[in-house]
Design a protein around this ligand. Structure first.
Ligand SMILES: [Zn+2]
Length: 230
């Protein structure tokens, strides 16, 4: 299934703002080793810090790095948010096919499939005190096959990403009606998904970003770029 968001897979590209920042070529000197630590796309040798790629040099917190102008492939790692489709439900575990996400010129690629362990529901997925009882009850349904979800890699185990959906942003971000296949709408007050066509209501752990692709994109952008800062 293709996810209904344009920043998924290889189709989306954010404009890179090149202003007064320094454009460098591989081998260009970024500075002295005593001034800067070599960070992303940079290395230190003989007292100097050099660029390894064609891109824009950035200097912050004593680090020199280069934001590459060509596409960079990054592996989806622990702590990163992911988008995926629930592909099967075997009772205690939901399996999730994780999609590639492109942010700027970075393509985030999964190296594993994902799973959500259901029975640890409340504790693991954090249906906390802030939630009203009804909401808690609804969220126990978690999500169903075919739902598109936003989750976070909690750990990597046996070649699987174990996903958590603790945050309010995590959960179902797109769903189709089980009965008629129409797009489900989020019904604010009742915290349910609702089908305008056949009037069916469905429950689950619904993301606060449900049906808001631009906000989902901003969320991923912010989270993934934060991850890169290290
Ligand atoms: Zn329907």
């Amino acid at each position: 299934m293709k996810l209904p968001f344009d920043f998924v897979s290889k189709r989306f590209s954010m404009a890179t703002d090149v202003d007064s920042k320094k454009v460098v070529m591989p081998g260009d000197v970024l500075g002295m080793e005593e001034e800067y630590l070599a960070a992303r796309n940079a290395y230190a040798e003989n007292g100097n810090v050099y660029a390894t790629v064609f891109g824009e040099a950035e200097f912050s917190n004593g680090k020199a790095k280069v934001r590459s102008f060509s596409k960079e492939i990054r592996r989806i790692d622990k702590g990163m948010p992911v988008l995926g489709v629930v592909v099967s439900d075997i009772g205690k575990v939901l399996f999730v096919k994780i999609d590639e996400v492109q942010i700027g010129n970075s393509l985030y690629v999964p190296s594993n499939d994902g799973k959500i362990v259901k029975d640890e529901g409340r504790g693991r997925h954090g249906f906390g005190e802030r939630d009203v009882e009804r909401r808690r009850h609804h969220e126990e349904a978690l999500c169903k096959e075919g739902d598109v979800i936003l989750a976070r890699v909690a750990r990597i185990e046996n070649d699987m990403y174990e996903l958590g959906m603790r945050e309010p942003e995590a959960g179902i971000i797109y769903a189709r009606c089980t009965r008629c296949g129409a797009d489900m709408k989020y019904k604010e007050g009742e915290h349910t998904l609702f089908c305008d066509i056949c009037k069916r209501a469905e429950y689950g752990k619904i993301s606060i970003l449900y049906g808001k692709p631009n906000m989902i994109k901003s969320f991923l952008e912010k989270e993934l770029l934060n991850h890169e800062r290290e």
